[in-house]
Every structure is written in C-alpha cells, then in structure tokens.
Design a protein around this ligand. Structure first.
Ligand code: ATP
Ligand code: MG
Length: 424
C-alpha cells in the first residue's frame, strides 16, 4: 500500500467494541481511584531527557535503547515519556506537593518505548498508575496492592496472580550485589551478551533476564532474602500480614527485582497465563530514594503501573465487552421543512437526555431507514412534511419493541420510553 501508514508499534483504536472496552476499563479506574481517595494528576508527554536518565537509570534497557529522544529547534534534548513515575515526582517537586504533605496520586495516559512490537508490546502504549508519597510504612504498600486487586474484581478478571519480593535497603542490596558479581563472575562464560554487559553495570538485573538459557544459572544464584536487613524484613512482614488479612493470595518470587533502578524494599508484579509471553499486567513497588535523587526533600514513595493494552486484552478474554452508549433515536427527516424543523426536535430531545443521531445528507425514506437500522438505535422518529403540518411524528421501533405509532409532537417524550431497548 502506498498511502501513509501509522508508525510501527503505534495503534489506531477504531470505533467499535474495543473502544467500549477502553471506556469500561477507564470508568472502572475512575471508580477505583475515588474509592481509595487518590487524586488525578496530568503531566506532559514530553519531558527533559535528563529526567529519565536520572530517575530510571542510565544502565536500564529503557534509557539505553528504548527512549524516543530528540533535540528540539531550541536545542533542548527532550524525550517522549517511557513511564510516568518520574514525571509525577518532577511535578511534585516543582509544585511543592511533597512539602510536609502526604499525597495519593494517579495518572493515566500514553507512554513511548522503542521496543520490538509484538502482541502486548507496543511502541505507544498506555498506563494507569497510582503513587503514594510521604508514607514509609508497609500499610501504604499493602493499600496499593489491595487497590490493584480490586481493579481486577471490578472488571471480572480472575486468572491473575501476585508475585511479591523485597529488595531491601540500599546497603543490603550493595552487599548482595557484591556477592552476586562474585557468583556470576565465576560463571561468566555461561552468561549471554546482555547479562555480561550488566555484570559490570547493574548485576541485579541479570536476575530479570527473560532468556530461557539463563534459567539455571539464575536459579542457582545467591538469594537476596539472605541479605535483607532487619528493618526491611519487618517491613516486608507487615506487607504480607496485611495482604493475608485482606484475603489476597501471593507468591514470593526471589527473582523479582523489577526493571527500573529506583526501587527499594517492596516490589511486586501481577501476571497472567492468558497473554502468552507478555504476561506482566502490573508492576510496582517502593522507591524511597527517587524524590531526593531528583532534587526534592527525602520523601518515601510507593506505587504501581498497569499496562492498559494488556489489561483490556484480559478483560476481553475473561469478562467480554458490554454494550453501552447505544443510540436511542434515529431521526429521519423527509423534505426541506422537516430537515429544518428536525434541528429543533433533535436539540429538544438531546436536552432531555436522549441520544439522537439525526439524518444528514437527505435521502428517501428507504435509504434513511437503512441508515437507522445500521445506527443500532432503539427507534426511528420519522418526520415528513405531512407530520410537520399535522404537528405529529411517527415512532417506528427498530429493535423489536412495540409497533409503529403516530404521536403528537408535544407528547413525544412520554411516548418514547416504551420503545427504548435497555442494554445490559
Ligand atoms: P515487561 O517486562 O513486559 O517489559 P516492564 O517491566 O518493562 O514490562 P513496567 O515498566 O513495569 O514494565 O510497566 C508496567 C506495565 O506496563 C507492564 O507490566 C506492562 O503491563 C506495561 N508495559 C510495559 N511496556 C509495555 C509495552 N511496550 N507495551 C505494552 N505494555 C507495556
Ligand atoms: Mg520492558
């Protein structure tokens, strides 16, 4: 095809069932965040490149090879955000949101990563995320995890499991890191290229490797749990205890270290076996050092991000779509006077709360009724010059409720209700 195509890995969302699923998920998210008292925050999709280098970390896949970075005409290096936690922290510091305050935030929007596109992995994708700033205890970690699990419940998702780990304090991690470098260093020949590179820069991320050939060497590696400091252990116990009380099952996964550099203590991931290789639906954890790292006052923080494309695919596999927002009325207008008068009729009905698709572009009755059928409306209102003169309209049911009637224009509203097809 010679026409201009969308950028690879970036999707058009066409009208239809899929959009309704997005709406359903977006409303569930709004409901969820208000149930938990989280406030929405919106930040720009473009940020200074420096922000992501300093937060996500130079040695991560994202910063090394996945960012959409360019120099604008003013000479500034800008990047399309690959995630939004850094933006939340940047905005929070800039506007003083963390000054002697505790803040619960959420955001939703497009993110950009130059990855190899495949099912469930795109170059423009969307995340919903929640972040809590100013609390350092296990209570808020548990709150966030319980909150994410309630989203699955709101959407009727069942096949999803929680994996949990603690990566401890920076000091504990440093000690573990040394031990790990020793271990992998001795078996360097068994490491793949990526892991050899990470050995020098970010050895913990070798544990995160998705290469099946690395499985054994990773399984036999020393365990972070053996290096955890006492405070982190107590914190982790507090999280687990609360999840137990909320009746939320989890699996401890020692290998869970998360892809980003800025996590401390609690890390978690929700995965499903229904989406093939792209199994992670939600990732999150505590990141107590990030605010300070980006120039703010030391502020403990914790949060998660959910990939909406993967979530919506799950909803379509498990819950299915629900018909919503179907049109009530198709307004068929025959003749010049009816076309003009139709503007007033449609306006009146919409003011009263009915959804109305008004015929545009003329056409005879047969043509207009074909369009009415295709619109999915519950009924057609037909107005021709005869009806205008008589002060009436014809109501024709389209979805099998009642039979055609002619009613006074003044009483349209009371007549309509009997013809509405309730969606469920
Ligand atoms: P993965 O291991 O699948 O690459 P990740 O660890 O890079 O995920 P995060 O940065 O933690 O993911 O982002 C949180 C969530 O965002 C993921 O669990 C996933 O659902 C979603 N996500 C991440 N990258 C993509 C992408 N390229 N396309 C679609 N969804 C994505
Ligand atoms: Mg990734």
């Amino acid at each position: 095809m010679s026409g201009i195509q969308a950028v690879r890995g970036m999707n058009d969302l066409l009208p239809g069932e899929r959009v309704r699923l997005w709406h359903r998920v977006e409303s569930a998210i709004r409901e969820l965040t208000s149930l938990y008292g989280y406030q929405e925050m919106r930040t720009p999709v473009l940020e200074r490149t420096e922000l992501f280098k300093r937060s996500i970390g130079e040695q991560t896949d994202i910063v090394e090879k996945e960012m959409y970075t360019f120099t604008d005409t003013g000479g500034d290096s800008l990047t399309l955000r690959p995630e939004a936690t850094a933006s939340c922290v940047r905005a929070g510091i800039q506007h003083g949101l963390f000054h002697n305050q505790q803040t619960r935030l959420w955001y939703m929007g497009p993110m950009f990563r130059h990855e190899r596109p495949q099912k469930g992995r795109y170059r423009q994708f969307h995340q919903f995320g929640a972040e809590a700033f100013g609390w350092d205890g296990p209570d808020v970690d548990a709150e966030l995890i319980i909150m994410s699990s309630q989203l699955w419940a709101l959407l009727g998702i069942e096949r999803i499991t929680l994996e949990l780990n603690s990566i401890g304090s920076p000091a504990a991690r440093a000690e573990y890191r040394e031990r790990l470098v020793g271990y992998f260093g001795e078996r360097k020949a068994e490491l793949d290229d990526d892991s050899q590179r990470r050995l020098g820069s970010n050895p913990l991320r070798i544990l995160d490797s998705k290469n099946p050939e690395m499985k054994t060497i990773i399984e036999e590696a020393p365990q972070l749990a053996d290096y955890l400091d006492d405070e982190s252990k107590t914190h982790f116990d507090g999280v687990k205890e609360r999840l137990n009380r909320a009746g939320i099952d989890f699996r401890i996964n020692q290998r869970l270290v998360r892809g980003l550099d800025y996590y401390t203590r609690t890390v978690f991931e929700w995965t499903t076996d229904l989406l093939g290789a792209q199994s992670a639906v939600c990732g999150g954890g505590r990141y107590d050092l990030l605010v300070e790292q980006l120039g703010g006052k030391p502020t403990p923080a914790t949060g998660y991000a959910i990939g909406l494309e993967r979530l919506i695919e799950l909803v379509s596999l498990q819950g299915g779509g629900e018909e919503e927002g179907a049109t009530d009325i198709y307004l068929a207008l025959l003749g010049e006077t009816a076309e003009l008068e139709g503007v007033a009729i449609a306006h009146q009905l919409r003011t009263e709360g009915y959804s109305v698709v008004a015929n545009c572009g003329g056409g005879n009755l047969k043509k207009q009724m074909k369009r009415a059928d295709r619109s999915g409306a519950s009924m057609a209102l037909i107005v021709g010059d005869d009806e205008i003169n008589a002060g009436t309209v014809v109501i024709k049911p389209l979805r099998g409720v009642g039979t055609q009637v002619t009613v006074e224009r003044d009483s349209i509203q009371s007549s309509i209700s009997g013809f509405l097809v309730e969606e469920n």
